[in-house]
Design a protein around this ligand. Structure first.
Ligand SMILES: Cc1ncc(COP(=O)(O)O)c(C=O)c1O
Length: 400
């Protein structure tokens, strides 16, 4: 067989999906698994979204414009306006999920070998998209002791060299649940301005902020309007991961023109997805409130239960629906595998995401796991109870 590309060999497999075969095997053995590993919301999508599918009456399932339907982009302008993000429809390019927005942002802004600085732990697919674009992620470590706050801005400054082209943040953060403060966002703005960098800001979890702290979008930062690339998605806010609709947003016209060339090459974002996303913007306020209340309750339950377990620590996440917890274990990859291969209690086990996959270098996150709280409160309680049982029995338990 001819050789595969170096890029393909370098591509990491998803730390979230990697354990799926072990989970399938456990299910075949009749084990019930609580999925704390993946950010797939369990709540229903808005009624208006489901109605839009039923009402869909096109006779031809055709391509749509490469930047998405104007009617959708116009409605999105109103959606962002609620968050004091002032846009025109032409600032918004509709993509196949936030995932494609990240890829096209990197492809358009970064040359092979160019560097972007990313606070870690970070959403694992950034790494995969950077490799796809030939770009290099320079990680900057945030720590559980500091609740994963932004590391001092001087540490960013130290990493900047002639290949540095941007900074990428995720706010609120997947996997840590951290929400950047105004001071942190201003520090980032100043650095971006000083070194004329791109600021890629992934804000797909803006609906999920639990502390009353203000949400500071990269689009709120003055003086770097041309540098900001906002990544967005309907996947999480409307529980619509499967319709594959996201957006790349920028005021930078030259960048939009570049991104559009990639969009034109892939022809069109999903037709049905756009119709559903457009309808979802009209979802009643009660939908967002119900969702929010559910997640607040889940977050409180999860963190209370976790911190009751001996040797376990989780900071209180401020947003998104994840937390990174520290466990009394030798190796999180081994522990997560063991939970699926060997552990069961009353016919049940848990599936977690080892945090090592959220760091770009080996040796980090060895005693950390990411827990997604996308289960009902009673199921979450049971899952954390099982985690406690697993930690009691795990042969690699290691007191910290
Ligand atoms: C931080 C973050 N950005 C982007 C995405 C991708 O979302 P989409 O389903 O829109 O591709 C995800 C999905 O989990 C995510 O957590």
């Amino acid at each position: 067989m001819p050789n595969l590309s170096e890029r393909a060999i370098l591509m990491p497999s998803s730390p979230i999906r990697r354990l799926a075969p072990l989970a399938n095997a456990a299910k075949e053995r009749g084990i019930n698994i609580y999925h704390l590993n993946i950010g797939q919301p369990d709540l229903d999508s808005p009624e208006v979204a489901l109605e839009a599918i039923n009402k869909f009456d096109k006779k031809i399932l055709e391509y749509s414009p490469s930047d998405g339907f104007l009617s959708l982009r116009e409605k999105l302008v109103g959606y962002y306006d609620q968050y004091q993000i002032k846009l025109k429809p032409e600032d918004i390019i509709v993509t196949s999920g936030g995932s494609e927005a990240v890829l096209f942002a990197f492809m358009s802004c970064l040359n092979p070998g160019d560097e972007i600085i990313v606070p870690e732990p970070a959403y694992a697919n950034y790494m995969a998209f950077a490799i796809s674009a030939g770009a290099v992620i320079r990680p900057i470590r945030s720590t559980i002791e500091e609740s994963f706050a932004l590391p001092p801005i001087e540490n960013f400054e130290k990493l900047i060299n002639e290949r540095t082209r941007g900074i990428l943040i995720c706010n609120p953060n997947n996997p840590t649940g951290y929400l950047y403060t105004r001071k942190e966002m201003n520090d980032i703005r100043d650095l971006v301005k000083k070194h004329n960098l791109f600021l890629f800001s992934d804000e797909v979890y803006r609906e999920f902020i639990y502390t009353g702290s203000p949400y500071i979008s990269a689009c709120h930062l003055e003086g770097i309007e041309e540098n900001v690339v906002l990544i967005d998605s309907v996947s999480k806010r409307y529980s619509e991961c499967g319709i594959r609709i996201g957006a790349l947003i920028t005021k930078n016209k030259a960048l939009r023109e570049a991104v559009m060339k990639f969009c034109q090459a892939r022809l069109s974002p999903p037709l049905l997805g756009q119709v559903i996303a457009e309808a979802s913007i009209e979802a009643p306020r009660s939908y967002a409130i119900n969702t929010y209340e559910k997640y607040i309750e889940r977050r409180n339950c999860l963190i209370d239960e976790l911190n009751k377990l001996p040797g376990v620590y989780s900071p209180i996440p401020m947003g998104a629906f994840y937390t990174v917890a520290r466990l009394p274990i030798d190796d999180s990859d081994r522990f997560c595998e063991w939970c699926l291969r060997e552990f069961q209690y009353e016919g049940e086990t848990i599936m977690l995401a080892p945090a090592s996959g959220f760091y770009s270098e080996a040796g980090y996150g060895e005693n950390e796991v990411r827990i997604a709280y996308v289960l009902d409160k009673s199921q979450l309680k049971r899952a954390i109870f099982l985690l406690g049982k697993a930690l009691e029995q795990y042969p690699g338990r290691k007191e910290l």
